[in-house]
Design a protein. Sequence first.
Length: 219
Amino acid sequence: MNKLIVGNWKMNGNVSLVDEFSQNLDERVILGIPSVFIAYTHFKNPDLQIAAQDCSVYPDFGAHTGEISAKMLAELGCKYVIVGHSERRRTSNFDTQQNIFAKLKNVVTCGMKAILCVDESYHKLIDIQTKEFLETNVDKIFIAYEPLSAIGTGNIPSLTDISETLSKIKQVYLGMKTLYGGSVNLSNAKEILAIDEVDGVLIGGASLKLDELNEIAKL
């Protein structure tokens, strides 16, 4: 299977968990970890595919205390960056459409791939300039559909709903790879990944369980 398996630890993990994953994680998995662990994880296992959970809107170095630029993430060995996750959209007034566009541009410019998260209101979350950027960078950006009704609830939409939503996205952005996220785990991953329109999954809570994540990668 050549579908993308992306784990998102969110604000979880510690050094001992990084040690465990670095030694035993299936190398097909892309691991989205807190930024404080990125350099250490890359040092422990340079072959692991690492995703950052966010990046700064600022494209270069400067007096931006606490910010982490896409350039820094690329230098640390990141291959992917998650952008616009619903948890950030809802809790941070800084994740406006204008800033999400800036982040996407920074990620792509620095040679990484972006995972743009959207929910049921995806048609409202993508403005004109972002839409144009997506259309010219379909090989560098993945759209991850994460319905709010599924995130952290243990429930997923019907397989038909997932298929139809991703199909609509693909009709607008020809050639775009689409992921599904929201309560993905070992018990439902196989049927989700079997959907034609699903090019991969974005996994939250289950990504903290090494054995489960490795089993999903083998499906």
